[in-house]
Design a protein around this ligand. Structure first.
Ligand code: ZN
Length: 409
């Protein structure tokens, strides 16, 4: 990766993704192996007028050692100063930038039980802070190539070459190249996705039905009036648009909590909490997961659905055509940010309050009443296939094709 292109990528993350404004504080979270990108992003943030950039360094290998040697009690405990930091975040509403580059298998060998217990202990304390900043700050998740991740995506390829190949894949998925004008490309891309979302909103579907030859046969009810959206999000605090995911190809909504039936068959592997889950089937009844089977990671999958009441119910439905550049790359990234933008998916766990009109003035409880699921987790899994058909049902029973053979009808 040459330094010019790296700087251009940092610019895309800061200007298009986070859309950092004059005077804003920024929190950048990144793995220790991404120092050059972190420096470039920090520089772009300051050039955009950021008041301060705070970098939070992480290291997957250290995290694994924590799990191997420290007690669950210690790892799950949120220290007073961390809570204080959470409170400060609610006050400051910093722009948050997350750079993902971790090895998808980093926590392999650690008991799923311990991971889910720690996740639960920490989330139950920190969730209130996240809830309070929801819709009121800008954030973005983007990716960077690390040796461990690159070797997973390109097995058998020599390390340095694998890293180069992964960088190429990442940049082409976000439409970045030496001669591209990223801001112009992204303006066109976000407009195209807004059009799709607008079409879905006009249709006012009450239900979606999924069918594929792989065994997927599923229906989900939608919340009346809940808005579909794609690519761009809005910070209600300072009225700034931003793009929370780079890449992004999905048009999404939160479905009616507890109202779905049937079987979903996964079409891509899922990496959750550093553990791999692959080739799985999930059965829903009365809106809840009632059974699941997986060739890889079944125990982890079961633990995930059992985290709390909401983790066995849907919080998201998202439509992604099979022409997405992520899908076209033919790569399995073992990273949700990419794999979820390759094809249609759903997520179990917390829903997005933002789909409800006027949500910013509503409480979590009011949104829950409206049908937005609540949970400590939100985990996407992929169900899009080359022959997936999705039909939208209107209130009067009219059926409208939404997806035919894995793409927009
Ligand atoms: Zn999604």
């Amino acid at each position: 990766m040459n330094s010019e292109l790296l700087q251009k990528y940092a610019q895309l993350i800061v200007k298009v993704g986070a859309n950092v404004q004059k005077g804003q504080k920024v929190r950048l979270t990144t793995e220790v192996d991404q120092a050059p990108l972190a420096v470039a992003i920090t520089e772009e943030c300051y050039k955009a007028g950021a008041a301060h950039v705070e970098v939070l360094w992480q290291c997957g290998k250290v995290k694994k050692l924590d799990y191997q040697y420290a007690s669950t009690e210690v790892l799950g405990t949120v220290e007073k100063w961390e809570e204080e930091k959470g409170r400060q975040m609610v006050e400051d509403l910093p722009v948050r930038i997350f750079i993902e580059s971790a090895d998808p298998d980093v926590l392999n060998g650690i008991s799923p039980d311990v991971i889910s217990t720690v996740t639960k202990m920490r989330s139950s304390v920190m969730k209130k802070f996240r809830d309070q900043i929801d819709g009121k700050h800008q954030w973005v998740i983007a990716a960077a190539a690390s040796p461990a991740w690159a070797k997973k995506v390109f097995p058998g390829v020599e390390e340095a070459e694998a890293v180069e190949k992964l960088w190429d894949a990442i940049l082409s998925c976000v439409y970045l190249s030496e001669d591209a004008d990223p801001e112009a490309i992204w303006t066109a891309h976000t407009e195209k996705m807004t059009e799709k979302a607008n079409w879905l909103n006009e249709q006012q579907f009450t239900e979606l039905r999924y069918k594929s030859s792989n065994g997927t046969d599923f229906s989900v009810q939608l919340i009346p009036g809940a808005k579909w959206s794609g690519a761009r999000d809005f910070n209600h605090d300072n009225k700034v648009y931003y793009v929370p995911n780079l890449p992004t190809e999905e048009v999404f909504n939160s479905p009616m909590r507890g109202k779905c039936e049937g079987r979903l068959v996964s079409t891509k592997a899922l990496s959750w909490s550093g553990q791999l889950i692959d080739e799985f089937i999930v059965d829903f009844k009365d809106g809840k997961v009632v059974d699941c089977q997986a060739k890889v990671g079944e125990e982890t999958l079961k633990k995930m659905f059992a985290i709390d009441e909401g983790s066995s119910m849907l919080g998201e439905v998202a439509l992604v055509p099979k022409e997405s550049p992520i899908n076209q790359s033919g790569l399995m990234f073992y990273n949700t940010l990419f794999d979820e933008n390759a094809c249609c998916h759903v997520a179990v766990g917390g829903g997005f309050g933002e789909v409800i009109e006027g949500y910013i003035d509503m409480t979590k409880e009011e949104l829950f009443e409206k049908g937005i699921n609540d949970s400590l987790i939100h985990v996407d899994f992929m169900v899009g296939s080359d022959d997936l058909d999705i039909v939208g049902i209107k209130e009067d029973g009219t059926e409208v094709p939404v997806f035919v053979n894995g793409t927009w009808a």
